[in-house]
Design a binder for this molecule. Structure first.
Ligand SMILES: [Fe+2]
Ligand SMILES: [Fe+2]
Length: 219
């Protein structure tokens, strides 16, 4: 796995972190991480996604390709867990869940399409940065909708222990996600997009989350 993304992902799921008190509960020590619930992890990943969009926009050449691949991977981990575990739980447990979730699924579908188009375009295409900025805006708006209309209500309506178990969906997604060869494998290996088209990455990770879901009896 890319060192940078590895640090981000382990920072989000397993590492030490600190976040705004208005969102997830603050985690002050690595020993508290096992107590993180799914809402904590999702909030943290929203922050990581926003940061990664900015980093892709600022990078050039092979580094830009690597960071874009990291972005595809992180979005696939995050959105797959949401689609398979978080949104179904919200649909059944929060007031007006159908309307809230249907809106979010539509946004996620649109984003996935846009991500695929960006992949086909390639990071060196003159339109890439403009279209990346449009997607970033859409994904950030989507994340805000989730935080305000969905995540805030999960804690009110789902028992804390179940929310903690649901964080396992993110760990399962992460474990299934394709990894890039270590930088020591050589420049030609690291310069290529190795994870495959976004749709394939999303499908692979979604299958991993579904397996986790089945073995956990729907959480
Ligand atoms: Fe989402
Ligand atoms: Fe999200």
């Amino acid at each position: 796995m890319c060192r940078l993304l590895n640090e981000r992902m382990t920072g989000g799921i397993q590492g030490k972190t600190s976040v705004e008190s208005t969102g997830p509960t603050e985690v002050t020590d690595v020993t508290d991480v096992q107590q993180q619930d799914v809402v904590d992890v999702l909030f943290e990943q929203h922050i990581q996604i926003k940061s990664l969009f900015s980093q892709v926009a600022a990078a050039q050449g092979a580094r830009k390709r690597e960071l874009f691949e990291d972005l595809v991977r992180l979005l696939a981990v995050h959105e797959s867990a949401e689609e398979e575990v978080v949104h179904p739980a919200a649909r059944h447990n929060i007031e007006g869940g159908d309307q809230v979730v249907d809106g979010r699924l539509h946004e996620e579908h649109e984003a996935k399409q846009a991500l695929s188009e960006l992949y086909d375009l390639g990071v060196d295409h003159p339109e890439f940065d403009t279209r990346l900025a449009v997607l970033a805006e859409a994904v950030i708006t989507h994340a805000t909708h989730e935080e305000n209309a969905e995540f805030a209500f999960l804690r009110q309506n789902i028992p804390a222990e179940k929310l903690r178990r649901m964080a396992g969906a993110l760990r399962a997604a992460e474990a299934t996600a394709p990894t890039r060869p270590h930088p020591g494998a050589g420049e030609s290996a690291t310069a290529n997009l190795l994870a495959g088209p976004p749709i394939a990455v999303f499908d692979r990770i979604r299958d991993g989350v579904r397996d986790w879901n089945r073995s956990n009896n729907g959480n």
